[in-house]
Design a protein around this ligand. Structure first.
Ligand SMILES: NC(=O)c1ccc[n+]([C@@H]2O[C@H](COP(=O)([O-])OP(=O)(O)OC[C@H]3O[C@@H](n4cnc5c(N)ncnc54)[C@H](OP(=O)(O)O)[C@@H]3O)[C@@H](O)[C@H]2O)c1
Length: 251
């Protein structure tokens, strides 16, 4: 690692497992002071310990405005500012048209859209010139997937938030970009197949057949794409969608 984020303050939502956790490890190893969130305190505490480098876990439901206020009050009193905000918390579930429920729509859009909007809006007073906001999109946001329309629509919304916010943030020196993973081996992805390990492997094998590189991604591979967007290497990259998908949505 090369101190690419030395002295930076980073908030990463949804970082107790999966892509967020891998990114928190990379950011911390690159010199950032890292604050991570998730809803389960025990999992969050273990993640903070695993990340090391003084990482702080703050239990936060991104869909709760009160929780977000508490999160940013803590970061403000502790660090005084945010240089990097990775609004990554999210997830989804499989239901085909005809079986979609109100509960699924509310849960998915609360996490992936409402949660992202207020995670970013409430962080703005702590951010300034040179700041980097990264949103987690998905290849699903730009293609059709059977039984995944609600999730996919929520990620399409995320893509447009970055385009429009790049305009709203004009003149602030804050960049906003989307990192869009293809299928990545995380608890969130394998959980779509239920708890059975054999079913989970079958799901991963199925995804691998759809990916030009012939394999699913690892969380660390998304973390390194997020590192690029977070760092000054991406100083003129704004409003963009960076796919880290093995080619899934590019062919
Ligand atoms: N894995 C993939 O193939 C893939 C592909 C494209 C996009 N993505 C996106 O990547 C992001 C991370 O997913 P992942 O695959 O790493 O899944 P994951 O392992 O399930 O991680 C999701 C993280 O978000 C947290 N979280 C979920 N809802 C939250 C909420 N309302 N408030 C705060 N934290 C919340 C989870 O902790 P708690 O449950 O304890 O809150 C966990 O830390 C998501 O936005 C997902 O849609 C994943």
């Amino acid at each position: 690692m090369h101190d690419r984020l030395k002295g930076k303050v980073a908030v990463i939502t949804g970082a107790s497992t999966g892509i967020g956790l891998a990114t928190a490890k990379v950011f911390a190893a690159e010199g950032a002071k890292v604050y991570i969130t998730g809803r389960r305190q025990g999992v969050l505490d273990r993640a903070a310990e695993e990340i090391g480098h003084g990482a702080t876990g703050l239990q936060t439901d991104s869909a709760s405005l009160e929780d977000l206020d508490r999160l940013y009050a803590h970061v403000k009193s502790d660090a005084g500012r945010i240089d990097i905000l990775f609004a990554n918390a999210g997830g989804g579930s499989l239901l085909p048209l005809g079986q979609i429920t109100e509960e699924q729509v509310d849960d998915t859009f609360d996490r992936n859209v409402k949660g992202v909007i207020f995670t970013v809006q409430k962080a703005l007073p702590l951010m300034g010139k040179g700041g980097s906001i990264i949103l987690t999109g998905s290849t699903a946001g730009s293609s059709g997937t059977a039984a995944f329309s609600v999730y996919s629509a929520s990620k399409a919304a995320v893509r447009n938030l970055a385009r429009s916010w790049a305009m709203d943030l004009k003149g602030t020196g804050i960049r906003v970009n989307v990192v869009s993973p293809g299928p990545v081996r995380t608890p969130g992805l394998v959980g779509l197949a239920g708890d059975d390990a054999a079913q989970q492997e079958l799901l991963l094998d199925h995804f691998a057949t759809l990916i030009p590189l012939g394999r699913v991604g690892e969380a660390d591979e998304i973390a390194r794409a997020a590192l690029f967007l977070a760092s000054d290497d991406a100083s003129f990259v704004n409003g963009a969608e960076l796919f880290a998908d093995g080619g899934t949505a590019q062919v």
